[in-house]
Write a new protein. Structure first.
Length: 80
C-alpha cells in the first residue's frame, strides 16, 4: 500500500513534530480494521502519551494510493 502526504499534511507534521512513519503506521492499523472507499478520518489514541491528545488523521484514496490530507493532535474531545 502506497501512502503519500499532501503539502498541507507535511506542514502539519512539521508544525506538530510528527514524523511520517508514525502517521503511516497509524493508517496501516486503521486500514487493517476498516474499509476505506474514498475519504475517511479517524482518531488514534496511541498518541495520547506523546502529546497529551489523540492524533486525528484525514485521508482519501486515489487510484489505490492513500493520500494523507492532514494529521494533527486532536485537542478537542469528541462529543458523544
Amino acid at each position: 500500500m502506497d501512502i503519500t502526504f499532501s503539502r498541507h499534511a507535511k506542514r502539519r507534521l512539521k508544525l506538530y513534530k510528527l514524523n511520517e512513519k508514525d502517521v503511516a503506521d497509524a493508517i496501516k492499523v486503521y486500514l487493517s480494521k476498516a474499509r476505506v472507499l474514498e475519504r475517511a478520518s479517524f482518531v488514534d489514541d496511541r498518541f495520547r502519551k506523546k502529546f497529551g491528545f489523540p492524533l486525528k488523521v484525514v485521508l482519501k484514496r486515489e487510484k489505490g494510493v492513500v493520500v494523507v490530507i492532514t494529521a494533527y493532535p486532536l485537542k478537542k474531545e469528541k462529543e458523544s
